[in-house]
Structures are given as C-alpha cells and as structure tokens.
Design a protein around this ligand. Structure first.
Ligand code: AMP
Ligand code: TRP
Length: 333
C-alpha cells in the first residue's frame, strides 16, 4: 500500500485554501487507499515570531478540525510533530546533506524573510532551514506521496533531491516522495487580493474563508470578493484572476471544470451567489462535526497520543538506519 504523509502548521485558523488544496484529499483517498500519516507540524510554527499560548491553542484546534474534516483515527495516524523526536533528529542529518545555496533559493523563504525584515524584525535561522525539517518529516516515514497545495511543490522537490543525494553518498536509506496536487484549486487566492494566496496567518481577514466561519460570514466574504474589470464571466487566470479564483472554488466545491462553468453565469453577481452557496454546503459537515467533537474534549488528546506512538514506531528504525549509514556509532541499548 502507498504510504502517504502530509502536515499542517498551527499558525492560524484553517482556511478554505487548506481544505481544498490539501485537507479534503487527506480525508478522502488518503486514508482509504493508502497507509496515511497526518501531522500538526508545530515545530514549523516557531520559525516566525509566535505566542506560546496561541501555538498551543492552535495545535489542539488543528487536530480537532482535521478530525472534523473526516480523518478517521482508526484508518490513519494523526499526531503532533514535537511528540516524535525523530523529526528533529533526522533534520540535523539532512542539514549535513543540504547546502545553504539550496535553502536560499526556496521561494517561500525569500517571500517570508522579506516580510520579517520589513516588519523590522530579524529572520530566524530556522526559517532558512525549515525545508530541511519538512524533508525530515517526510523521509522519516519513507512516504511515497505527499498531498499538498501548489505552494509546497518546491519543498517536496527539495526533499526528493536530499533523499537521492543521501542514498548516493551513504547507501539506500530513503524513499523518493512525490507531491500530489488537487486537479483544481491547488492554490486558492485571497478573495480581496487575488494576486496572493489565501494564507491563514495573514492579518487582513476579509478575503479569507475559515473552516469555522458561519454561513452568513462566508456569504458576505464571497459576495464582496474583488472581481476584475469587465462583465462577462470567463476563465482567464492571468487576465482575470479574481473571477478565475471564484470559478476554481466553485469547481472544487460543486464539481465541473472552471472554464466550462464560466459560460453558465450571466454576471459576476450570479456567479458569486452560486459560489457562496457551494462553499457553505461544502463546509457545513465540517462545522457540524467540529461542534460535536468539542463536546468530547478528551477525544482529540487520546487520538494524538496513540498517533504519536504509532508514528514513533515507524520513524525510529528509519532514522536509526540513517544515523548508522552516515557513520555514527550505534548507542548501546
Ligand atoms: P499551511 O497552512 O501552510 O500549513 O498549509 C497546509 C496545507 O494546505 C499545505 O499542503 C498547503 O499547500 C495547503 N494550502 C495552504 N494554503 C493554500 C491555498 N491558499 N490554496 C491551496 N492550498 C493551500
Ligand atoms: N511546509 C508545509 C506548509 O507550509 C507544512 C509541512 C511541514 C508539510 N512538513 C510537511 C507538508 C511535510 C507536507 C509534508 O504548508
């Protein structure tokens, strides 16, 4: 069976982008056709300034939202990254395989370091080495597939490069993973700024649909989405990014092809109404299940404890093998 691994950072409330780009697929094919591991990657949340209490709260919330989104703990392994030491242990070894040039070429690093500097802050070293930790997350489980949104493609490519390089130098140890993307909505854009990704840590929230937004809030955000000049509904991502984004969201929620759907709407207003209802209906079961889950607060914690134990049992021998391969003496047990 294919081994699948993916992760999500507890840096904000989960968005429609997270759901359509990644999480929905984790809940579908991920856990039925594969042996799947899903991780709240809390160590990654420390790469930028953070409030400890908030990270704790968001980590718990991410876990219960993933359950609400349909992850079944009987079929997949759900856990928190910092509960399994092997991630940090392997990350160091991979830092000895990666180069600093490679890290500095990462688009996400370039974008985020500019933001941090513009805020007058300094850039944490962990922001630069972040993709190595991500590679360790994936390689420690010998995962073959990584279901992610389009923004993570480059990081998964780097992970493949590191796996190949390590195997060539030190012997066959890791599996080369590949990123899988959804057919549409692999990069959901901000409704108020269709040039940038709908990101959960953005400060301006009017263009972001959160998984737990009430239906009326969702409708309002979508009806106020920035559209492009012109009136005809056409699918043209380069020329009309706002409308293209709405068409992709509609296709992802209600089915169909964005270009074909375009012809069905006489105006932007008609399109927005349809998109709003499709999103409300797509998120309704998640919100309802989340409400039920909050009535049993111990459940998520129990799932995470079991998940960490299962994850450790898989990762430990892989990381031990990597330590031995590079020439480190095995510790007496
Ligand atoms: P993050 O929120 O950065 O931890 O991302 C978790 C997962 O959601 C990753 O697989 C991302 O690629 C995906 N993702 C995040 N934002 C979006 C978006 N706006 N559109 C599509 N996928 C996204
Ligand atoms: N870097 C990913 C993001 O920002 C999150 C992540 C960390 C991840 N480790 C991972 C995703 C391993 C897939 C596999 O979205």
């Amino acid at each position: 069976m294919t081994r699948v691994f993916s992760g999500i950072k507890p840096t904000g409330h989960l968005t429609l982008g997270n759901y359509l780009g990644a999480v929905r697929r984790w809940a579908q094919a991920g856990q039925y056709e594969a042996e799947a591991l899903f991780c709240v990657v809390d160590l990654h949340a420390l790469t930028v300034e953070h409030d400890p209490a908030r990270v704790r709260r968001l980590s718990r919330q991410a876990a219960s939202l993933l359950l609400a989104a349909g992850l079944d703990p009987a079929r997949c392994t759900l856990f928190v990254q910092s509960h399994v030491d092997e991630h940090a242990r392997l990350s160091y070894l991979l830092e000895c395989v990666a180069t600093d040039g490679e890290m500095r070429r990462m688009i996400q690093y370039k974008e985020k370091s500019v933001v941090e500097r513009a805020r007058g802050g300094s850039v944490r070293l962990s922001l630069l080495t972040y993709p190595v930790l991500m590679a360790a997350d994936i390689l420690a489980y010998r995962a073959e597939e990584v279901p992610v949104g389009a923004d993570q493609t480059q990081h998964v490519e780097l992970t493949r490069d590191l796996a190949v390089r390590f195997n060539q130098r030190y012997g066959q140890t890791f599996v080369q993973p590949r990123a899988t993307r959804p057919p549409v909505a692999a990069r959901v854009m901000d409704l108020q700024d269709p040039a940038s990704k709908m990101g959960k840590s953005h400060a301006a929230t009017a263009g972001i649909v959160y998984l737990l937004d009430e239906p009326d809030v969702i409708r309002k955000k979508i009806l106020r989405a920035v559209t492009d000049s012109g009136r005809e509904v056409v699918y043209d991502p380069a020329g009309r990014p706002g409308v293209a984004n709405l068409l992709e969201i509609l296709a992802a929620c209600a089915g169909g092809d964005p270009a074909a759907l375009a012809g069905a709407y006489p105006s932007y207003g008609a399109l927005k109404k349809e998109v709003a209802e499709a999103v409300v209906e797509t998120l309704r079961p998640v919100r309802e299940r989340h409400r039920e889950l909050t009535a049993e607060p111990g459940e998520a914690e129990r799932v995470l404890a079991e998940g960490a134990a299962r994850a450790r049992a898989i990762a430990r021998p892989v990381v031990d093998a990597a330590y031995a391969a590079v020439g480190l003496l095995p510790a007496a047990r």
